[in-house]
Design a protein around this ligand. Structure first.
Ligand SMILES: [Zn+2]
Length: 268
């Protein structure tokens, strides 16, 4: 019945591909199968200098003037259509992750995705965090882990970043993230207790085998748009400090690597 209604609404309001305008195959909402691979120009690696410890930022697509990519991302963020986020996450999983696995010499189960958190107020208003949707989409393609909800929270409600210089953006975002108390508390736990706690969180959320944090070799930050990098860098700083506090990184600094992936990048 659900499928029938779905088909009926599809017939009354045919959904079309955001890029080419062709009618979408049943079950798709964002891009047709062809445009998943051949639509927007692929981004190169972020050419700027990256702060420690992040070693690489890899967006999938680059914005084109007048292109439909902005409209698509807008629909994912504000359109109340989480499925678009899942589909775009699949695109990232298919086109970005295999290269990263190869270059960082890791297997999917050694990778922990960390969605950039929204301020809880914003997430409540929107109904979801688009970075989470992208991670869920990536998980449909690869058996990677996703950091448990609330691992890192956005503490301050930052004003919009648009129109600010990089320096101002960085100031604006300073202390915008906070390692959630849960992680800080773990500083008082033994490492075994800490790992057990993380394992319980992951188990609650996902059906793939729980990660043993000692097995994680790459922490991958996931966000929708990369502009100046201020958000990713601020989050990374917080993450590194938080992990240092629980001695996780010191114990294993030789094996944990940090990188970021985003769906799109501003004009570079
Ligand atoms: Zn298309």
């Amino acid at each position: 019945m659900k499928i029938l209604l779905h088909d009926l609404s599809d017939w009354i309001f045919p959904r079309i591909c955001y890029h080419c305008g062709e009618r979408l195959e049943s079950g798709l909402m964002a891009l047709c199968t062809l445009c998943r691979f051949y639509s927007y120009p692929l981004a190169t690696r972020f050419p700027g200098i990256l702060p420690e410890p992040i070693s690489r930022v890899q967006p999938l697509w680059v914005f084109e003037k007048g292109g439909s990519l902005r409209r698509l991302i807008h629909a994912m963020k504000y359109g109340g259509l989480p499925q678009i986020g899942h589909e775009l996450g699949e695109c990232m999983g298919l086109q970005l992750l295999p290269d990263l696995f190869r270059d960082f010499q890791v297997d999917p189960w050694q990778v922990l995705l960390l969605p950039v958190p929204l301020h809880p107020k914003k997430e409540k208003k929107r109904g979801y965090n688009q970075a989470n949707l992208l991670c869920e989409g990536i998980q449909r393609i690869h058996s990677v882990h996703v950091a448990p909800d609330g691992w890192i929270v956005r503490r301050r409600f930052t004003r919009t970043q648009t129109g600010l210089s990089l320096e101002k953006r960085t100031q604006n975002l300073d202390q915008a993230f906070d390692m959630v108390a849960n992680l800080k508390e773990t500083g008082f736990m033994t490492k075994t207790q800490f790992d057990a706690k993380i394992r319980r969180w992951i188990h609650r959320e996902f059906t793939i085998p729980a990660p043993d944090l000692t097995q994680i070799k790459l922490i991958l930050l996931v966000d929708d748009v990369f502009t100046t990098g201020a958000t990713l860098f601020s989050l990374m700083k917080t993450l590194r400090e938080g992990l240092d506090e629980v001695n996780l990184v010191q114990q294993r600094s030789e094996v944990i690597q940090f990188a970021g992936v985003t769906l799109a990048a501003g004009g570079w």
